[in-house]
Design a protein. Structure first.
Length: 327
């Protein structure tokens, strides 16, 4: 019997995009699903769109609550989900192709893994261009491997990303156990870290079917000192979670994941002005020790520059690089 998949879609003022998102899920050839539209107090008519979808397809369930943020909307979806597996999709994104979910579930039927990872592409709204982001790897490098071997491969090859929307997970690891921190930004990073520590096995579907829409005004384009401080706090929590790891072989692999999140904070720090940068610089320095664990090429290059030049010189050189790269 096919396993039931709970597809959780948080919704907030996405009237222009919601229909494409929901339609891309409901048209999947793998039909044994429930689609949970968690309306987070939308004021643009998105809530009414959710109700229309529920009327049109019995697989759709709708929650209407006052605005509490993305984490709250996702958590409400987790609470009412009844599936064997859970997967998230943001309401301004969509799945490309009708066989994406069927492909994922076929892999899971074979492996029985606790979690399956897949890739994504970016849709640049201004031009309509779609560009793959995640490299296409080899499932054979993951299938039947230990969690340590699988996660090592996926992180080293830049396949695994810290996103709720890039994986399908057995519901038992989320239900009443793993929620998103209320009111946080960069919440996916710690949530993903805790999930990685919880699961016992990982599978991989080598397709970039998740289409991530790049809209003006997203957090990646409006990074502030407050966002960086939040990100640094989350990285600190990921470091703390690593202290509970009991196996010597998995600890450096997990910390390699944390090191990659650290260079995200490093790169975004270059978007700050001089005075704002002063407020986050000491934490950038104090957390830089995690670079020693990264096997990812980018992490290794930055770690080598830090070792050779020292942190301040490395930071100054990278600032020129990142600034030039964004022009």
């Amino acid at each position: 019997m096919e396993k039931l998949v709970s597809v959780i879609i948080p919704v907030y003022n996405v009237k222009a995009y919601l229909d494409q998102c929901v339609d891309s899920v409901l048209k999947q050839t793998y039909s044994n699903m429930e689609v949970i539209l968690s309306d987070d107090g939308s004021t643009d008519g998105s809530g009414e769109q959710c109700d229309r979808w529920a009327e049109a397809d019995k697989r759709v369930k709708v929650i209407h609550e006052k605005n509490g943020g993305l984490s709250a909307a996702r958590n409400r979806g987790i609470d009412i989900a009844t599936g064997d597996y859970m997967v998230f999709i943001d309401s301004d994104d969509y799945w490309d192709g009708q066989d994406a979910l069927a492909g994922c579930m076929a892999c899971l039927a074979e492996s029985g893994a606790d979690m399956l990872v897949f890739g994504y592409s970016k849709l640049f709204e201004a031009t309509g261009a779609i560009r793959p982001v995640t490299p296409i790897g080899l499932r054979s490098a993951v299938l039947g491997k230990t969690k340590t071997e699988a996660f090592d491969y996926l992180t080293t090859q830049n396949i695994h990303v810290a996103s709720a929307c890039s994986r399908i997970t057995k519901a038992k690891f989320l239900k009443n156990k793993l929620y998103y921190e209320f009111g946080a930004t960069s919440e996916d990073i710690e949530w993903t870290a805790k999930l990685i520590l919880a699961v016992g096995s990982i599978d991989y579907y080598p397709q970039n079917f998740y289409i991530y829409r790049q809209r003006a005004g997203s957090i990646t384009k409006t990074m502030t000192k407050s966002n960086i401080v939040q990100l640094q706090r989350i990285i600190g929590k990921c470091i703390d979670h690593g202290k509970a790891i009991e196996t010597d072989e998995f600890y450096p692999i997990y910390m390699g994941y944390t090191a990659y999140q650290y260079i995200t904070s490093l790169a975004n720090a270059y978007k700050l002005g001089k005075e704002e940068l002063k407020c986050v610089f000491s934490t950038l320095v104090s957390q830089s020790w995690v670079l020693r664990f990264g096997k990812n090429r980018r992490v290794r290059m930055i770690a080598a520059a830090k070792k050779l030049l020292g942190f301040r010189a490395m930071f100054a050189i990278l600032r020129v690089y990142y600034t030039a790269d964004k022009r």
